[in-house]
Design a protein around this ligand. Structure first.
Ligand SMILES: [Fe+2]
Ligand SMILES: [Fe+2]
Length: 158
């Protein structure tokens, strides 16, 4: 049983991020429940497309907030996307139900940790700075010559 369902602790009080995460959980469930073959292939491609936009959105916000490009949050996104792209490409050549099961199980484990640590730290930074994700405007300007935020903003992450 690998199904991930939405949990109250996933909500980070950042409406756009929360909406995107609800969609991610739904697309992951759709991938898990898709029939092997063409339906699984379509579900995987929808998950990949959504995840690319999901990560690009967070990385755009991190850039606007002054995070360094090579921060650990973005690097984790890159690793997940690489795996997802590989699975989509291999599945496209030869539909493989075990491949999909392994991917879903890995993402079911990954998402709660990522959301409640890295995404939560980003959401907190957004709130602290009064960041408007629609316009990129900051209500609280960063200190002049403030160094880039090298980590993900999570105290547990060096
Ligand atoms: Fe996220
Ligand atoms: Fe993230």
């Amino acid at each position: 049983m690998t199904t991930l369902t939405w949990q109250p602790e996933f909500a980070l009080q950042q409406p756009r991020m929360d909406r995107t995460h609800v969609e991610f959980v739904e697309l992951l469930a759709a991938t898990e429940n898709a029939s092997p073959g063409a339906a699984a292939d379509a579900a995987l491609r929808a998950l990949l497309e959504h995840t690319q936009a999901h990560f690009e959105q967070e990385e755009r916000w991190m850039g606007q907030l002054g995070f360094a490009t090579e921060n650990c949050h973005s690097m984790q996104h890159a690793n997940v996307l690489q795996v997802l792209r590989e699975v989509v490409s291999r599945h496209g050549q030869e539909a493989d139900a075990a491949l999909v099961r392994h991917l879903v199980a890995a993402l079911v484990e990954w998402f709660p940790v990522h959301a409640t640590m890295m995404d939560a730290a980003l959401a907190m930074t957004m709130a602290e700075r009064g960041f408007d994700p629609e316009t990129g405007a900051l209500r609280v300007a960063p200190a002049t010559a403030a160094p880039a935020i090298a980590g993900c903003g999570n105290a547990a992450c060096g």
